[in-house]
Design a protein around this ligand. Sequence first.
Ligand code: CXF
Ligand code: ZN
Length: 362
Amino acid sequence: MRTTAVLSRDPAAPFSVETVDLDEPRDDEILVRIVAAGICHTDLVNRTLGKPDRPVLLGHEGAGVVESVGAAVSSIAPGDHVVLTFRHCGACPNCAAGRPAYCRNSTALNHFGRRPDKSARVTVEGTAVRDGFFGQSSFAGYALATADNTIVVDPAADLAVAASFGCGFQTGAGAVMNALRPEPGAWLAIYGAGAVGSAALLAARTVSGVRTIVVETAAPRRALARDLGADEVLDPGGIDTIAAIGEITGGGATHALDTTGSAKVLADAFAALGTGATVVAIGLGSGVPQIDVRDLVLSGKTVRGCLEGDAEPATFIPYLLELYTRGLLPVDRLVTRFPHTEIEKAIAEQHAGSVIKPVLTW
Ligand code: CXF
Ligand code: ZN
């Protein structure tokens, strides 16, 4: 079938909206009419990895309506409303242990995963497109997914809000709800108030008695964090955030979350912890954080990573969606919709800090 897709032909050039050919679903595939697709930082990072002679089709926060399913798909039916998420094999030890984000086959499945027979799912004027991004490549009018990354949701759900539960919102909320699990009386410091950090803030607000400190460089994001109910909001420019957090909390944060991926920020978050406290890193940066061994040991601190919110998406995404529907997790406050033809505007506004989570619509 023919559909429109937002392709990247050259990382340095704007995205281009083009007509592509999408193959029929194979036995294990699900054809989804995409209604909305969130833009995540990971899309923009991976844009630079495509070969110039092979356009790249990104998008890994797709949501839409199932058009048709292959003969081997029994759990999902045409007409189902779905949120697409990351792929997992379901058979490796990590999948068996309920940790699909750490699937041993994750890279092969999610990093432009190809069909077993290497045939193209998407072509443009006869040229194969680099697709299969997170098993969806959902910056398009239609996408092919599989049962392991297709989550059926309530048909009443607003798919433009639900789309980012597939990655960014699940990552932030899951880091709080599944990894940090703060209890009443906790002081949680969140570094970075983009989509992931803001979702983490909203998740923390679902637990009464958990107090939050948001550390953010961009003024519009600090204003939103205040609006979303952060107890304290710090501009790290020009102040000693470690001392400030020590003073606010009376001895250090009980929990911290680094969404920035900066080794320096992670080291600051570690230093701002109190006795027995934990910092979780979820931003994939590079570098080596300076962590004082004496502080680590003598204060009994923990540093750990967390991918995709440690979530089992099949249960966690419907759970988050229900919290949203009940008004307890107002992630719609983070979403700004853009027609898919306006992807460049969406990226520019996100970059400027005025938009937290741009969502493309079809
Ligand atoms: C990311 C999370 C950090 C590691 C790379 C993949 N997930 C989705 O955006
Ligand atoms: Zn993502």
